[in-house]
Design a protein around this ligand. Sequence first.
Ligand SMILES: Nc1ncnc2c1ncn2[C@@H]1O[C@H](COP(=O)(O)OP(=O)(O)O)[C@@H](O)[C@H]1O
Ligand code: SF4
Ligand SMILES: [Mg+2]
Length: 359
Amino acid sequence: MSATPETAPVSPGTGGGPLLEVDGLRVGFATEDGRVQAVDGVDFQLEPGEVLAIVGESGSGKSVTAQTLIGLTRSPNSHIEGSVKLNGEELTTLSEAQLQKVRGRQIAMIFQDPMTSMNPVYTVGRQIIEAIRAHDSKVGKRDAHRQAIELLEAVGIPDADRRVDAYPHEFSGGMRQRAMIAMGLALEPSILIADEPTTALDVTIQAQILDLIQDLNRSRGLATILITHDLGVVAEVADRVLVMYGGKVVERGTLTDIFYDPQHPYTWGLLGSLTRLDQPRPHRLPQISGAPPSLLNLPSGCAFRPRCPHEFGKCKEVPGLEARLPEDPNHRDRCWLTAEQKRRLREVEGRIGLEEPRG
Ligand SMILES: Nc1ncnc2c1ncn2[C@@H]1O[C@H](COP(=O)(O)OP(=O)(O)O)[C@@H](O)[C@H]1O
Ligand code: SF4
Ligand SMILES: [Mg+2]
């Protein structure tokens, strides 16, 4: 997938670099109970027109990662390290006023529950119009109104010229999420961050929203970061995948790498717990046992150790995120097992999964 010229970055980049480059991102929070290291060394790049999925259980640091990209985790009790570059420009050191210009115009973010980010007392159209005019006061009201209708049409809202004057509560959940995406697109951003955009929706509507995201990605070259706890969602739309656990990326690769040659036992667990209609779940494949770790008190060594049936002596040391398959330097994981052990151990009754813990 490639970007169309219309969606070319607003500010010229340093030339040839990635659209977004995240390096050594760490986000800690001081809490009453101690320091929570919510994000602990996340690196990735995003290219124009690409869908990058960030997947992991609740509390793994997905939302904090996404919010930090656009400065939403800045606060007196947070401590942010690392670098976030958009077209070569460092965002972590921008002032709040400078960041305001990046938000919406270059990077738009949509959330799980559109009700929390829409104002219930204004019509959907008015909110889109205000977003357009707040960034470009030269756009007249009538033009902005027409643009709002076009945006609602672009996200598949029927009778857009009538619905533009409806209030958020008059929309169904799926339609609200579409309207939210329309708002996100109002300023023609080059990046859309969608944080669990379909989690609150039923399965049919979920599929429609994912189709919409994929359409926009293809037709507008919109680079997308899609955050989800559900690998099923990832399978629908992602080009590349980051799997997060305990604030760290434990595996990253292409969609094919993650689904057909997963290297980390946690990824096997996520795959094994996916519902598959074509096969019964093998009886040795439960959901991943145990709970995600408390970030206040992470286990030493590999953070997945307490839940991993394949743990061995070496796991007391922290594994780095490394390319462990000589033929594929871009597929990386944080597990000490050899590639050969991994291929053998992940096979459970003919499919990939994480076996029940021993003992
Ligand atoms: N403002 C904050 N202060 C303290 N802890 C926070 C704050 N925001 C998030 N956290 C903690 O950071 C961890 C990661 O959160 P989050 O990124 O929201 O997880 P995910 O999106 O993967 O479910 C959680 O343990 C959460 O409680
Ligand atoms: S490093 Fe050890 S504990 Fe961690 S996932 Fe690999 S085998 Fe399991
Ligand atoms: Mg979240």
